[in-house]
Each structure stands twice: as C-alpha cells, then as structure tokens.
Design a protein around this ligand. Structure first.
Ligand code: GDP
Ligand code: MN
Length: 383
C-alpha cells in the first residue's frame, strides 16, 4: 500500500525525521485557514499517489491565505495521471538551497536492505540511474546488524553531498532507516531531501510503501488505509466474493482456478489481444456466481469483449451456461461474450448457449479458438 505524502510524513515524524510543518485541506477555504495558521509563504501540494505532481501543476506556492485559497481551488479536483485530487497538503514553504535523494528499500535479489543516496535530487531517479549511475551511492544494511554511522557516512560521502548538509544528513539517515524497519515498509523514499538556508536537512517529499502482509502487527495500518479509495469494481467484486484483478487491455477474462485463468491470459496474448482484467470464480461456481462475475467484468468500461473459459470438474457447465444467459437477461449486456466450456456437462451447457436467443453470446470449441474470436471482437471485427 502506497501512502499519501501527508500520511508518509506523519509516519516519518514519529521517527523524528525532520519534515515541514503542514496541514491537510479538502476545500479551498480549509487551505486558506491552514495557510493562516502556518503564517508566511506556503506551498499547496496535491495529494495523489503518483509522482511528477510538480510538473503536472499539482504543486503551487502561495504568499498569502487568499492566494493559498486560489491555488487550492485550482488543484482540488484536478486530474493527475488518472487520479482526482481530493486533498491538498498545505505546508510552510521551505527555502531550498539544494535538493538530494535518499531512500531505503528491500533489495529482493540480494535478500538485504538497500540504502541509496544522490546529490541529484528533485528529479526522476530512474533517469539518474540510467544517464549517470555513478551519481547514486548504494549501501547494503544487514537487517540483523542494523544501521551504524558508518553506513550513513558512506551514503553521504559516496553521493557527494555538500559539506554544509553533511551533519544534518548523517543525523537523519538512521532515523529514516528506523522508520523503514519500524513501519515494515518495502520503500521509504525522500525526493527531494533538501538543504535549507539555515543549514537544516529536511524531507520535502515522502513516498512510503507499506507491506500489507505486516498489517496484523500494525493496528494503525487500517486507519491509513481508510483514506484510500477502493476502485468501484474491486469493491463490487469483494462484495460478491470474487477474486478480481484489473489490467489495461480490452478483453475481460473469467475462468475457474488460478492455473486456467493464467493460461487464458497467455492464450489471449498469443492471439494478439490484451486482457482488461481477470476474474477467478474458483471451483464449484454456480449460476449466480457466474452472473455476478459478468456483472463485475462488464462494469469495466475498457472491456470490449469477454472470454469465459471454464473447465468443469465440480463446476457444472450447464449451471455456468445458465448464469451467463441470466446475466444477458438481467444486465442488458452490450459486449459480446465468447464461451468455451469443457468437462462436466459441457455438451449440455453448449447446447443451452446455442439455443439462447442472444447473438452476442458465442460458444467456442477450443481455448485458442475462443481467444482468437474474443480478440477479433474486441478489435471491432465480426459478430
Ligand atoms: P513530486 O513532483 O510529485 O515528486 O513532488 P515533490 O514534493 O517532490 O515536489 C516537486 C518539486 O516542487 C520539488 O523538487 C521542489 O522543487 C518543489 N517544491 C516542493 N515543495 C516546495 C517548497 O516548500 N518550496 C519550494 N520553493 N519548492 C517546493
Ligand atoms: Mn518528489
């Protein structure tokens, strides 16, 4: 789970990492109020879980409460890379002498913690890694031994952090590490870490990714999570007891069993298509579950065709057919649905589908044939 910047900073503050003073606002008036409380110049920052907010116009300076109200009005409701801005963080504006980068993450391939630091902060770190890899200092930290001053110095000197900022950076790095470990985070990234005019080192941005498998030992996670919206489709799927995953293509996929669903994804790709999502109805799925699954899948506006791939074992194909026919009646579905049934009562199920009056319901014999048909339909051909 990626935290919002304001949540990340709240957590860092608990570990004594210096962050600017700030308040969250959901309306322009609240933003003005926050600016008044902070006094002086403020920065108004869009709270969305994507980077590059600055470039997208989601970060603006304001020198008075009125101005803060103005810019908050512009930023709230703005769309940043598909995320609608519902909150802004109003912070006392820092005077920035330099911008650096510092992060702790899980290095899975080394089975170790990794610290990274660069004097090239405030910019896309992936780009730095590509164009100037030597500008990033790295140090592994054994989780059992923990961090020592030596690691912090190695990062700071390795990155070529300027002398004025060294003391503050060396003091901050172990605190950041403590936050990383203490929160069971898989990433704590500060970009930029800044040096201020009065030689303080402050985290100006925070990206914190929590490991949800550790939720059981962090009662606070649930509260952090409640600020995050679950997408409508996922909510619907959960409510109906279905495992649903959203992808980016245009072919919706329903299957029973993880293995069959995975191979269905592969076959759709092999047929030149892109899966829009997939939904595993599991073993023993009945008519109602199938009908609900189609409802969830087709509520995704990106879906141009659906492929249902069922291998009947405990699951009875006649019940699957019944559920699909019911979904057509109940939901007035406009997208074509290609169905491949095999196994228990497959023949009976296929017959039911063939006899159903809806021409958007297309039975198919083989898995590859079904995938090809679904891809063709998604791309606007046939049917
Ligand atoms: P991101 O673009 O989503 O990563 O957002 P950041 O929080 O990293 O901000 C992007 C840039 O906005 C920073 O690198 C700074 O240059 C600028 N910025 C952010 N906060 C302040 C601030 O308080 N004062 C000033 N002067 N600039 C800021
Ligand atoms: Mn940033």
């Amino acid at each position: 789970m990626d935290l919002f910047e304001y949540q990340g900073k709240e957590q860092l503050r608990k570990f004594e990492v210096p962050v600017p003073e700030g308040r969250v606002a959901t309306t322009a008036d609240e933003a003005a109020e926050a600016a008044r409380g902070l006094g002086g110049r403020v920065v108004v920052k869009a709270q969305v879980q994507v980077g590059g907010r600055g470039k997208a116009g989601g970060i603006k300076l304001a020198s008075s409460p009125d101005e803060a109200k103005d810019v908050a009005g512009q930023i709230l409701g703005m769309d940043i890379k598909g995320h609608t801005v519902k909150r802004v963080l109003v912070e006392r504006a820092g005077d920035i002498v330099s911008e650096y980068y510092v992060a702790f993450l899980l290095d899975r391939s080394e089975r170790n913690y990794l610290g990274m630091m660069s004097a090239k902060g405030g910019v896309d770190i992936e780009e730095v890694a590509e164009t100037d890899p030597d500008a990033i200092a790295r140090v592994h930290i054994d989780p059992l031994l923990g961090i020592s001053d030596f690691h912090a110095r190695k990062l700071v000197f390795g990155a070529g952090i300027e002398p004025r900022a060294r003391k503050g950076a060396i003091a901050m790095i172990p605190k950041l590490y403590n936050a990383f470990v203490g929160l069971d985070a898989s990433l704590v990234e500060v970009n930029p870490l800044i040096l201020t005019g009065d030689d303080r080192v402050v985290a100006l941005d925070a990206k914190v990714t929590l490991d949800e498998s550790a939720e059981y030992r962090h009662p606070t996670f649930a509260e952090l999570k409640s600020a995050h919206e679950v997408p409508e489709q996922e909510r619907l799927a959960k409510e109906k007891g279905l495992n649903f995953i959203k992808l980016d293509g245009d072919v919706g996929i329903i299957g029973n069993g993880a293995g069959l669903v995975m191979s269905t994804l592969d076959v759709v790709k092999a047929a030149g298509g892109e899966p829009a999502n997939f939904l595993d109805v599991g073993g023993g799925a009945g008519a109602e579950l199938l009908s609900n699954a189609l409802e969830v899948i087709t509520s995704d506006k990106g879906v141009k065709a659906v492929l249902v791939n069922i291998f009947g074992g405990i699951t009875r194909c006649d019940l699957v057919a019944e559920g699909i026919i019911d979904a057509f009646d109940r939901l007035n579905m406009q997208v074509p649905v290609v169905v491949r049934l095999d196994g228990t009562n497959a023949e009976q199920g296929r017959k039911m589908l063939q006899e159903a009056p809806n021409e958007r319901l297309i039975p198919a014999e083989t898995m590859l044939g079904a995938a090809e048909k679904a891809v063709e339909l998604a791309h606007g051909g046939g049917a």
